[in-house]
Design a protein around this ligand. Structure first.
Ligand SMILES: Cc1cc2nc3c(=O)[nH]c(=O)nc-3n(C[C@H](O)[C@H](O)[C@H](O)COP(=O)(O)OP(=O)(O)OC[C@H]3O[C@@H](n4cnc5c(N)ncnc54)[C@H](O)[C@@H]3O)c2cc1C
Length: 121
């Protein structure tokens, strides 16, 4: 089944939506997919424009994931181990917590440490 076995590395629900948008039905099989259907699928996968209409229902849009890897930072000073005299704090770092104050606390604590360290050098 085309809908159940993804042809590309996409989240399953997104894959299903896009395949349906391309006219693929739940009964369609890869082996019997017509050239026309395959081309429509390629078109949908490569040229679909999505418009953002709102925020996630899960209210997950609080913090940015990723950032400066923590193993590149001296946590006692927040100074970069890669570039001397460069300091990082808060969301610039690869830290993200669930909501509830953890991200504020991370920003305040790392900011305070970085500030103290910069002032004392
Ligand atoms: C809607 C929302 C709700 C949240 N609720 C919570 C919560 O309940 N609890 C919690 O722990 N965390 C919460 N967070 C996350 C928390 O706010 C952040 O993790 C925290 O504020 C990060 O602090 P920061 O100083 O690293 O970055 P920021 O607070 O983003 O500060 C970065 C600052 O840099 C400025 N800036 C950016 N680019 C430049 C530039 N080129 N030159 C000069 N200035 C620049 C920006 O204008 C900004 O003022 C929430 C976030 C959002 C968006």
């Amino acid at each position: 089944m085309v809908l159940k076995s993804k042809g590309v590395n996409l989240p399953s629900r997104l894959w299903e939506k896009l395949a349906l948008l391309a006219g693929i039905t739940p009964e369609d099989r890869w082996a019997k997919l017509s050239r026309e259907s395959a081309n429509r699928l390629v078109q949908v996968l490569t040229a679909t424009t999505l418009h953002v209409t709102g925020k996630s229902m899960n209210k997950e849009e609080f913090v940015t994931c990723g950032g400066i890897p923590l193993n590149e930072i001296d946590s006692k000073t927040m100074q970069s181990r890669v570039v001397p005299n460069l300091y990082f704090a808060g969301e610039a770092l690869d830290i993200d917590g669930i909501t509830g104050g953890y991200n504020f606390q991370a920003a305040w604590t790392t900011g305070w440490i970085a500030g103290q360290s910069m002032a004392s050098t």
